[in-house]
Design a protein around this ligand. Structure first.
Ligand SMILES: [Mg+2]
Length: 366
């Protein structure tokens, strides 16, 4: 029996090599990585984690250390979906969504690590094994990059073999945004997939105006034009412009995706396993997307999402995120240069292990 006998929580706060900016969250100076290790009586160790843009990591770690540890200790680790429900129910009255979803995600990922190691097969095979690869694009928190730096940054993604890129929008004027879109499209040429992300900074009216102007640049999707909980607003933008809308990184429960797909008519749902309830939450959204005839994409956490998306028959696009988490793991994301796709790890477990020596200087008290 894999009874959970011990849970340890660690919290790392890591400075970014340069300050980055997006339209809603402003300046990013750090990213945070709360890590949880779950130990079972039969000697299994599961590793799970979540991440933030520099705020809330200590509180998330504390939630795991006190509240979720109480829920999980003494439980059978194999019952991942049941434990997911228990964690959700346990904290629902005081913490539905929000920080709780990050804490639950870290624990859920650790339970899947144990499940995959016990099965002796890599995560992408355990989850369905549709493929071991997924289409990938380079994302960037590049709102404040001058145009030359913006072009250089995305040229580097193409040099790595990627065939799709995404830039941030939300400059002071639409004219400035359009100038950047035009410059990037010109640099990447007509065959590279191009997407844009406004980080929730617009009104519906601004988004409609912007989307109409952008159509001629062959944009695959416009990401997060408005507040993610304004479901009908997304549908108005799509209906009035014909632009495909992407969103999801700021939703914290699978049911919110149900609303965003049904009422918001989004074309590209983008859950993030670090905040949607881990792998269990992500797979629920992936199935929901499939039922609605959509592919599922991902936000951030490329080192884990590569295994999730590769596994799924309705995989969309994997985002290669700006936070340099790859520098602190033992297997930076692998890109197959022949087709620009990311390749899932072949080891049993979640396929993510940290470089503890490199992380050590950034360990913080919880
Ligand atoms: Mg985004």
């Amino acid at each position: 029996m894999a009874i959970i006998k011990k849970i340890t929580t660690e919290y790392y706060r890591i400075p970014l090599p340069e300050i980055m900016e997006d339209a809603k969250h402003g300046l990013h100076t750090h990213f945070e990585v709360p890590i949880v290790k779950i130990l079972t009586e039969d000697g299994q160790i599961g590793l799970g984690y979540t991440y933030t843009g520099g705020f809330g990591g200590a509180a998330i770690s504390k939630l795991i250390e006190i509240e979720l540890t109480n829920v999980l200790l003494g439980q059978e680790a194999d019952n991942v979906e049941t434990l997911w429900e228990k964690m959700q129910t346990g904290i629902h009255y005081v913490g539905h969504g929000g920080l709780a979803s990050f804490a639950i995600s870290a624990c859920d990922i650790a339970l899947w690590d144990i499940r995959s190691k016990k099965a002796g097969i890599p995560l992408y095979q355990l989850l369905g094994g549709a493929s071991n690869k997924v289409r990938t694009y380079g994302g960037a928190i590049d709102l404040s990059f001058p145009i030359e730096k913006l072009l250089d940054h995305h040229r580097k993604y193409l040099d790595k073999g990627l065939r799709a890129v995404k830039i941030k929008l939300g400059q002071k004027t639409l004219k400035e945004d359009l100038k950047r879109i035009e410059a990037v499209r010109k640099m990447i040429g007509p065959d590279i997939t191009f997407m844009v992300d406004a980080n929730m900074s617009w009104t519906v009216e601004t988004a409609v105006r912007a989307a109409r102007e952008m159509l001629k640049y062959d944009i695959l999707f416009l990401e997060e034009p408005i507040d993610p909980n304004n479901y009908e607003g997304h549908a108005r933008i799509a209906d009035l412009t014909g632009m495909a809308i992407a969103a999801g990184e700021n939703l914290r429960t699978p049911i919110e995706f149900e609303h965003l797909i049904r009422y918001g008519k989004i074309a590209f749902p983008q859950p993030d396993a670090s905040n949607i309830g881990g792998i269990t939450g992500f797979i629920k959204v992936a199935h929901l997307a499939q039922i609605n005839g959509l592919c599922v994409s991902a936000h951030g956490m490329q080192e884990l999402h590569v295994s999730l998306l590769a596994a799924l028959p309705n995989a969309g696009l994997l985002e290669m995120h700006s936070f340099p988490i790859d520098e602190y793991t033992m297997r930076p994301l692998v890109i197959d240069k022949t087709d620009g796709m990311a390749v899932a790890p072949e080891v049993p477990g979640i396929g993510v292990s940290f470089n503890w020596d490199k992380l050590a200087p950034f360990k913080m008290k919880i």
